[in-house]
Design a binder for this molecule. Structure first.
Ligand code: GUE
Length: 283
């Protein structure tokens, strides 16, 4: 193995220690940061993620509320719960777990969250703020990727970053954050003609497709930084990313593992966003 590992668990532990200290300081001023997590339906994967988020809150001393609703809940009922959380002074962040049941319009639900409490960074106001460089919440997964680059002291200015994937929650905001740090950014997607020609030029590659082995060793320039956002299951049912880790780690300079990479960082940045929302309220 030539690549150095960027350990998302270790970095999360460091950052969460800092979060916990800031939570303590805020509590001394009479404000306890609070996160509301709303889960609709009984998707087992969602239940695990949601429990991890609530546990992370407890670990950092934050207040959390977990609401679980049956799939039969109507969109109007969910919008009423979001509105209640918008008006609850003990709540500084609201997360509606995605995906929502098919009978709901997820975008409409997200837009109902007050932008001041949109700690997921999915509201159009948050997306617009990121695009224009105004203050607002950054989506947790790409934000976590930026923290990982920062942790290795990586200077993005003038570097070529290739983002594979163009989702509203990862690919597009990731590209904006890299651009803000003065990287030259290429966004690749399902209609990209020659993905390998693109990735071979990249100093930084972010794989965010949701498909195994999207990035293999022959596609990576020696020494490149590889961030793996994928969450897939392999044939043995084990969690794996979008990157062929075994092959790519022999070529890359830095690489994030799955599990233990971007996933824990996503939850850490959710804590950071919730804390900052509460700090703004207290200021
Ligand atoms: N409104 C909303 N916000 C989200 O942030 C959101 C969402 N909906 N829906 C689902 C996805 C997925 N997601 C993950 C976060 C952490 C891990 C994570 O910590 N993964 C661990 C492993 C967990 C395991 O073992 O299954 C790791 O990579 O090491 C995974 C997945 C947040 N999401």
């Amino acid at each position: 193995m030539t690549a150095q590992l960027i350990d998302g668990n270790a970095l999360s532990k460091q950052l969460r220690t800092d979060v916990a200290a800031r939570v303590t300081a805020l509590k001394a001023k009479g404000v306890t940061p609070g996160l509301a997590v709303i889960l609709v339906g009984d998707n087992p994967a969602s239940q695990v993620y949601v429990r991890n988020k609530v546990k992370a809150c407890e670990d950092t001393g934050m207040h959390s509320v977990l609401e679980t609703w049956p799939t039969t809940m109507t969109e109007a009922e969910l919008l009423a719960r979001v509105d209640a959380m918008n008006n609850d002074a003990s709540i500084h962040g609201i997360l509606v777990q995605l995906p929502l049941p098919a009978h709901m319009n997820a975008q409409r639900v997200i837009e109902a969250i007050s932008p001041e409490k949109d700690v997921d960074g999915f509201h159009i106001a948050s997306a617009g703020a990121l695009m224009t460089g105004l203050p607002g919440f950054w989506p947790c997964t790409p934000y976590g990727c930026m923290k990982m680059l920062e942790s290795i002291g990586y200077e993005l200015k003038g570097k070529h970053a290739v983002v594979i994937g163009r989702s509203n929650i990862v690919g597009k905001p990731m590209a904006m954050m890299l651009l803000q740090q003065n990287a030259t950014v290429t966004i690749c997607h399902s209609a990209t003609k020659d993905l390998k020609a693109m990735t071979l030029q990249a100093d930084v590659i972010v794989a965010a497709v949701g498909k195994r082995n999207v990035l293999t060793a022959d596609m990576v320039k020696p020494g490149a930084v590889v961030l793996d956002v994928g969450m897939n299951r392999n044939d043995e049912g084990k969690l794996c990313g979008d990157v062929d880790f075994a092959g790519v780690k022999e070529v890359a300079g830095w690489i994030t593992p799955v599990p233990g990479g971007v996933g824990p960082m996503t939850i850490t940045m959710l804590m950071v966003n919730t804390l900052e929302s509460a700090e703004r309220r207290a200021a």
